[in-house]
Design a protein around this ligand. Structure first.
Ligand code: M6R
Length: 609
């Protein structure tokens, strides 16, 4: 998964492409490149590493000036992150192409093209696309016809942008499975993997659908399907503000996103609750009809979103709603005994995670009754492929480590628990209490953020560590999983999470005074059991850091550091107790000097299986 951008402008294309690449860098950042059509030839610069490295390479070479161009930031799938494998790929010196996605039948096409005498220089699957386009052009087609013919031969999921030295004011894009938007400027037009890349130059977009091919010629935009029929797509105006995708006073997006969680949670709630009730219509026009039928819930998601699903399972079942949760990549690779009248709930910040999309497709093919997406990105594939939708409205999440997406997913899931719970054993009094707790959340999040200076000090203790253990019980076991995921992603410290009660069944053997053990201790019915587990660790010389509700009477003592969190209702405690763990990971990463927003080997949106 990568980021692509392209433009046909009235003036120099380079600044827009470079700025757009920086905004897309969260999608992948192991190498990058730009190709511009200048003086009827293709001029290209590529470099290994982040966009800053590409910018430097461009300054040294000073060759890229023209009004039509494409650019790419890469997360390697086929072939390591070398300059040769970086995009744009060029064929026969005339055609340049960028791609986000995977061509599944690339090997077969490569063999065929090689037998016809075509040369390949990279190890990428993308090079087969550009060579196919080039071959079609050699046979007399124009750029659009050549792309149409090429895409009809490709299997996989991809979005591409192509330019040709022989048609200097033209840019052709195509979408099949990976996202692509078309930006409508003032006498200029653009393509990009997402709208945020183009916000400084336009707010009006066409969102391409699968199978769409866009032909941009000077300021004329035509969208056609595979057979050449013109397609009309509505213009969507982005309401994203530029500040939402900029750092402001923060050093990193991760810090910004942690600190805006009170606001993002308020946004998730806005217009969804009235008085003591939630408004079911927020799930879509057909929500009531669908919910009346539902007898169980199947959650599918990956990574952090999966952890949100694990928390929600406790909430659903507490109110009598049977609930299963499964990781997308596991769900789509097995056969299911489908329960009757089950609602598939897919959770995804980006709405483009391939494993989650495939899991949803697999669920519907297997016979699940209905689908609901909880998602942060409007017009994403997940949103478009789901029957019901609840947008989280968290605002763009740029840091690769997911933070506000997690807490807003939990809030959205809480709304769903209430909507479905009414049909099970939730009373009006229960609903009023849950709604009251939700209204309190932004204030409680602000209180949780106030302990950051204590966390900054604790973070120093992790700098020379290689391992850390996270413990949680019941609904807080997924919070331990999430805390461990954040720490390993950001600091590269191996971190593992265990249900605290499971400790004695093996992991206790690891405990020594070298490995920090982190736990969260809300004031809930499992507290005494958790205290027992904390003692088991201390008794073996382990060093604990515990984030505890101030009512728990847990106090710091030898080998036990307690950081108090303001009292919080136990049902929403998982949302609040996540926040110190996010801050811990952030500060450990910061002290270790890792690239917090773009940790190595990762990408924000994982559009491959
Ligand atoms: O966009 P999604 O919520 O579908 O993404 C799923 C995971 O890739 C994502 O949560 C990932 O685990 C994060 N980098 C974790 O911080």
């Amino acid at each position: 998964m990568c980021g692509i951008i392209g433009a046909v402008r009235k003036s120099d294309v380079l600044p827009v492409l470079l700025d757009g690449l920086k905004r897309l860098e969260y999608r992948g950042y192991d190498s990058a490149g730009i190709a511009v059509i200048a003086n009827k030839s293709v001029s290209r610069v590529r470099s290994v590493g982040k966009i800053a490295a590409l910018e430097q390479a461009i300054q040294t070479r000073q060759v890229l000036h023209g009004t039509t161009g494409i650019a790419h930031t890469r997360w390697a799938t086929h072939g390591p992150p070398t300059e040769i494998n970086a995009h744009p790929h060029i064929s026969e010196g005339r055609i340049a192409l960028v791609c986000n996605g995977i061509v599944e039948n690339h090997e077969e096409i490569r063999q065929k093209l090689m037998s016809e005498g075509m040369r390949f220089v990279s190890q990428t699957d993308t090079e087969v696309i550009v060579n196919l386009v080039s071959r079609e052009i050699r046979q007399g087609k124009d750029l659009l016809e050549a792309v149409k013919e090429t895409t009809s031969m490709l299997e996989g999921a991809y979005a591409i942008g192509v330019v040709s030295a022989d048609e200097p004011d033209r840019l052709v894009g195509a979408r099949h499975g990976s996202p692509l938007v078309v930006g409508i400027g003032d006498g200029e037009s653009y393509i990009a993997s997402d709208m945020s890349a183009l916000l400084p130059v336009t707010r009006d977009f066409f969102v391409l659908e699968n199978g769409d091919i866009v032909d941009i010629q000077e300021n004329r935009i035509t969208i056609v399907d595979q057979s050449g029929r013109t397609q009309s797509r509505p213009v969507k105006t982005s309401s994203l503000s530029l500040e939402a995708v900029e750092l402001g006073n923060h050093r990193h997006f991760m810090s910004k996103e942690i600190h805006e969680q009170d606001q993002s949670v308020s946004n998730t709630l806005e217009g969804r609750i009235t008085g003591t009730r939630i408004l079911e219509a927020c799930f879509g026009n057909r929500a009531t009809q669908v919910f009346d039928r539902i007898r169980s819930v199947q959650i599918i998601a990956c990574g952090t979103s999966f952890h949100a699903g694990l928390v929600a399972r406790h909430w659903f079942e507490e109110h009598g709603i049977p609930c299963q949760v499964e990781i997308g990549s596991e769900f789509h690779s097995r056969i299911h005994a489908v329960p009757e009248d089950s609602l598939v709930v897919s959770l995804s910040q980006s709405g483009e995670t391939r494993d989650t999309l495939s899991a949803l497709e697999h669920a519907m093919e297997s016979g699940y009754a209905h689908s609901l997406a909880i998602c942060n990105v409007p017009d994403s594939s997940l949103v478009r492929n789901s029957e019901l939708v609840l947008m989280t409205h968290a605002g763009p999440e740029i840091g690769v480590a997911s933070t506000k997406a997690f807490t807003t997913h939990l809030v959205a899931l809480r709304l769903l628990v209430i909507a479905l719970g009414r049909r099970f054993r939730m009373t009006e009094t229960d609903e009023a209490r849950l709604v009251r707790e939700l209204r309190e959340l932004p204030k409680q999040i602000r209180a949780a953020l106030e302990i950051e200076s204590q966390i900054r000090n604790i973070a120093r203790q992790f700098v020379d560590k290689h391992h850390a253990l996270f413990l949680g019980r019941g609904i807080h076991y997924p919070i331990a999983l999430e805390g461990a995921l954040k720490l390993k992603e950001i600091s590269y410290i191996h971190a593992e999470a265990y249900p605290a009660g499971e400790l004695k069944h093996g992991p206790l053997a690891l405990v020594d005074n070298e490995m920090p053990v982190v736990s969260v201790a809300p004031n809930d019915r499992l507290l005494n059991k958790l205290k027992g587990n904390i003692e088991e660790v201390r008794a073996r010389g382990g060093k604990l850091i515990v984030f505890a509700d101030s009512r728990t009477r847990l106090r710091s003592q030898e080998n036990l550091q307690v950081i108090h969190v303001a009292p919080v209702d136990s049902s929403i405690a998982p949302i609040i107790f996540t926040i110190p763990l996010q801050m811990l990971a952030y500060h450990v990463g910061l002290i270790k000097g890792t690239d917090v927003d773009r940790p190595r080997n990762l990408a924000k949106s994982v559009t491959v299986e």
